[in-house]
Design a protein around this ligand. Structure first.
Ligand SMILES: [Fe+2]
Ligand SMILES: [Fe+2]
Length: 253
């Protein structure tokens, strides 16, 4: 068996956030150290949104400094706490101004497609027809390479009213599902936003939600407000083994 290709995913770093206990910078540094100390080493790193809590330049400078010690290419996407223009500026992302941040990267044995699920000014997300058309065309450009689709808002229902209220509308989720169905090379949809390890599915494709590096949310069916939990930070390891994709959640407990 050839060496696995490893994409490490971290999420919801919330640099500058004060609504939870602990320093988000120190917590991110701990996660970065844990990844650096573990085998296998990442070939690439994905950060699935909410990098900064208030989208200030200082927060983005801090998160960039901390991520630099990964010593691997870093791919980021916007969450509801981010600002597209600022994220684009600080990470040199393609596109202009505050257009949706979306791009595809050929990582060799794996293709990463980044989709912008944010609705600026709102904690909930959306996928409009332009973004979905871009996704369909982008996926169609390479139907052979195993592909990971990354977005901030997970395209799943959760049954928790406080979470479902800040996801993408059902109609957008169904439209995404129809596109997913026609691209068998798409092996996994990965997301953040819920600050919790969650496994779901969309039209038969696995959806993996990765915990936050700083604070987790409580699973509470019936809850109408977000409730913080004391669960440990974590990250995901997506390993491609001879064309087979296996994903792990690594908890820092
Ligand atoms: Fe978040
Ligand atoms: Fe979020």
């Amino acid at each position: 068996m050839s060496k696995p290709f490893v994409l490490v995913q971290i999420s919801d770093t919330h640099l500058g956030g004060t609504w939870f206990s602990g320093d988000p910078g120190a917590l991110l540094a701990t996660v970065v150290e844990a990844v650096r100390a573990a085998e296998p080493r990442p070939d690439a790193v994905l950060v699935s949104g909410d990098l900064a809590d208030h989208a200030t330049d200082r927060e983005y400078e801090l998160v960039r400094e901390l991520l630099a010690s990964f010593n691997a290419p870093i791919y980021v996407l916007p969450g509801n706490h981010d600002d597209r223009r600022a994220l684009r500026h600080h990470f040199g992302l393609p596109g202009v101004d505050d257009d949706p941040v979306q791009y595809a990267v050929d990582l060799g044995p794996m293709r990463l497609v980044v989709l912008d699920s944010t609705r600026p000014g709102d904690d909930g997300g959306e996928l409009d027809t332009d973004r979905l058309a871009w996704l369909d065309a982008t996926l169609a450009a390479d139907r052979a390479t195993p592909t990971v689709l990354a977005m901030h808002h997970p395209p799943v229902p959760t049954g928790v009213p406080a979470w479902d209220r800040i996801l993408i509308p059902r109609s957008d989720r169904l439209a995404l599902g129809r596109i997913v169905e026609s691209h068998p090379q798409l092996r996994r949809i990965v997301a953040g936003h819920l600050h919790k390890s969650v496994i779901g599915e969309l039209n038969g494709r696995g959806v993996l939600v990765v915990p936050s590096t700083c604070v987790q949310l409580q699973l509470a069916f019936g809850a109408t407000e977000l409730q913080l939990s004391r669960e440990s930070p974590g990250y995901a390891v997506h390993a491609l083994l001879d064309g087979y994709l296996v994903s792990y959640i690594q908890s820092l407990s």
